[in-house]
Design a protein around this ligand. Structure first.
Ligand code: IVH
Length: 672
């Protein structure tokens, strides 16, 4: 049982880290905030019940990071916290109950409600009354120095003249707030990106976060960033309430969102939230909820902070925006792995600022479960993010001419008969040369996370496949031999082809793990590719590994292992690797110079350690250059045994492996 829970915890951590990276670093979220919160909540819950599973690197132990390493890092004077979320009236009542429970009885409580601006948080430091530094939230502890970019915000005073009525002069302080782009600017930026075949920003928040981190302040200035400030920190004066804090900001000349409201009880708060949920579309910028704060500073201090969020504040998140429209057709899309998935073709409708004409239906089981038929009126949803989905059917509006869809028998792209395996819901086209799969594989290979070939977008790949220039990913490296013909293709021209060929050349220096990810072995995501690359060090070693050696790697499961084995058992894939090698791609992990204490040593940990968790011990091993395996094998150099060690210990004894206790392990690493 505990093993099952541990597995789930690891899985949740991996998924959360991945989504945090997509959200904060790539500005390209793949799930809604709500889905993300649910994952985090589940992890928090499991860790609460099993504190022994908590590790220092768990996503619950820090505010998620947006650090991208392009700007110098600066430590925040006080951590930039995040807020816990609420989604309905009951959760707000529950918040109110908790507040009352944690304050002396009969104390009157005022709440202040502010709009939750959907942008990126920023900390701005003023020294001697002058603008000095601006830092992103980063991981909450330190962020990136974006001083030059934030300086372009015209509404931000670069010098404050002290209009304080108090006697103290306020010269050194920090203000915090939200940087954002208004909807018109957001739309313009996306239109431009569409023209340039660049990936669109999913929402204004991502576009603001992306803009703050542009390397050229001139481009930033042209984007017209804006900022609302909501908090001032200073050691010089005591600010008795959030209401006064906002007033002070305003007096000092900072832009404060004017829609805040002081509420005398939670019912007034609920009313404010409901009102703004309806009125949100009347604003020229996006809000994704309301932030509710206990007004009195004294009460805030009494309530304090738990984990990474203050107890005295909560975010109320608006529901995802929904609209009704007609489902005109259901088409079937073939992905790079051959999975054939249904797509809802919709009567175009404006939803959350963009026109939607397609939505995902996931799989045929979902169509059946929701009883979705062609010509139905359907409810579609977009949770402030990515791909819209069909939530339900408005059954009262069902037309007599609604048509039940049957799953396709043949691939819509190449006509081969589709296969459905017993353990999966998806249908598969097993024709490796199906043009849709070929395009999908090349799109994946060229994508930013893999080989990052700038200029080789979906449209161009599709064109090159249709024209016969690309049949497989290795053909990308032969495009140079067709340069003269490519230039002649309509719309392309010499300049764009030259740039493309340069990007292709540059991709040859992408590190091994990116190449491994790019070749598209099923189930091998970036995380798994990294682990495989690190463990085996080269493609040759990976190709020669047996499934036991692969699945013995920490956090690499049986499905990845058998998929890798299957991939390299196919002659066509061996040939693909050999062609890519010839093209000059990197198939070895760069070796880090300087021997570490545990370099080349394989470990396994069994039983409970007394001075640290198993994950902590694992971190120490990896930091010292060693590897942690998950199953007992002859490849192990050390078996670390703690209390209540189980069958692994017995097996280790049988195999005559080198068994050590916690103390010896600490000596080995020099951490004792
Ligand atoms: S207060 C400890 N007020 O929402 C208090 N946050 O997790 C922390 N946000 O990224 C924030 N509008 O940047 C606060 N009026 C507002 C806000 C606001 C937007 C953002 C903030 C943070 C997130 C909360």
């Amino acid at each position: 049982m505990i093993q099952e829970i541990e597995k789930r915890v690891l899985l949740l951590r991996e998924a959360i880290r991945n989504h945090e990276h997509l959200y904060y670093v790539k500005n390209d979220p793949q799930i809604s905030d709500f889905e993300y919160d649910k994952l985090l909540e589940e992890l928090l819950d499991l860790e609460k019940k099993h504190p022994e599973l908590i590790t220092s690197d768990s996503p619950t132990q820090r505010v998620s990071s947006d650090i991208s390493k392009s700007f110098p890092e600066i430590k925040h004077s006080a951590p930039m916290l995040s807020l816990s979320n609420s989604y309905n009236q009951n959760e707000l009542l529950e918040f109110d109950r908790r507040i009352k429970e944690n304050l002396p009885p009969d104390e009157s409580i005022e709440y202040i409600c502010e709009l939750k601006i959907d942008g990126a948080s920023i900390s701005i430091i003023f020294e001697n009354g002058r603008y000095s530094k601006a830092v992103t939230r980063g991981d909450g502890i330190s962020g990136e120095d974006v001083t030059q970019n934030i300086k372009t915000i015209k509404s931000l005073p670069l010098k404050v003249t002290n209009a304080l009525s108090q006697s103290a002069e306020l010269l050194n302080f920090e203000v915090r707030g939200e940087v954002f782009l208004d909807l018109v600017t957001f739309k313009k930026i996306n239109e431009l990106r569409l023209l340039n075949d660049e990936k669109l920003f999913a929402n204004p928040r991502n576009s603001a976060a992306g803009t703050i981190k542009l390397l050229d302040p001139k481009t930033v200035a042209s984007r017209n960033l804006q900022v609302f400030l909501y908090y001032l920190f200073t050691d010089d004066i005591f600010i008795a309430s959030q209401n006064e804090n906002l007033k002070l900001l305003d007096e000092l000349g900072f832009k404060v969102n004017p829609n805040y409201k002081l509420c005398n009880n939670i019912n007034e708060v609920i009313q404010y939230c409901n009102e703004w949920e309806i009125k949100r579309d009347s604003l020229s910028y996006e809000i994704d909820g309301v932030v509710i704060k206990v007004n009195s500073r004294k009460q805030q201090d009494l309530l304090g902070t738990i984990a990474k969020s203050p107890r005295w504040a909560i975010a109320y998140k608006f529901k995802a925006k929904q609209e009704e429209t007609i489902l005109e057709n259901i088409t079937w899309q073939v992905g790079r792995t051959g999975a054939v998935t249904p797509v809802a073709e919709l009567k175009p409708i404006l939803l959350a600022g963009s026109t939607i004409s397609r939505a995902t239906l996931h799989n045929y089981d979902e169509i059946l479960r929701k009883d979705i038929r062609i010509n139905d009126t359907v409810v579609i949803e977009k949770g402030g993010d990515v791909i819209p989905k069909v939530v339900s059917v408005v059954k009262e509006n069902r037309n007599p001419d609604s048509i039940i869809t049957l799953p396709p028998v043949r691939c819509p792209e190449c006509g081969s008969v589709l296969v459905k395996s017993s353990e999966e819901v998806a249908l598969y086209c097993e024709n490796y040369l199906c043009p849709a799969q070929v395009k999908g594989r090349i799109i994946h290979f060229a994508s930013r996370g893999a080989m990052n070939i700038d200029g080789l977008g979906e449209a161009l790949i599709s064109l090159f496949v249709d024209e016969g220039y690309l049949n497989s990913i290795d053909d990308i490296y032969l495009l140079i031999t067709h340069k003269d013909e490519l230039i002649k293709i309509d719309r392309l021209g010499e300049k764009s082809i030259s740039n493309l060929l340069i990007s292709i050349e540059n991709s040859k220096s992408r590190p091994f793990e990116k190449v491994l990810y790019g070749i598209g072995i099923r189930y091998v995501g970036l995380g798994a590719a990294q682990k495989l690359a690190e463990h085996f060090g080269s493609i040759d070693k990976l190709m020669n590994a047996d499934s036991e050696a692969i699945s013995s790697i920490y956090e690499i499961g049986a499905s990845i292992s058998s998929s890798v084995i299957k991939f390299f058992s196919q002659q066509s894939n061996i040939e693909l690797i050999s062609k890519l090698k010839q093209a000059g791609l990197v198939f070895e992990k760069e070796t880090i110079q300087g021997e570490k204490k545990l370099s080349g040593k394989n470990f396994i940990i069994t039983g409970t350690l007394s001075s640290m968790s198993r994950d902590k011990a694992k971190d120490i091993i990896i930091a010292n250059g060693g590897k942690v395996l998950s199953a007992i094998s002859k490849n192990l150099d050390f078996v670390i045994v703690g209390e209540n060690a189980g069958s692994k210990y017995d097996k280790a004894v049988k195999l005559g492996l080198n068994i050590i206790n916690e103390e010896s392990f600490l000596k080995l690493t020099g951490t004792e």
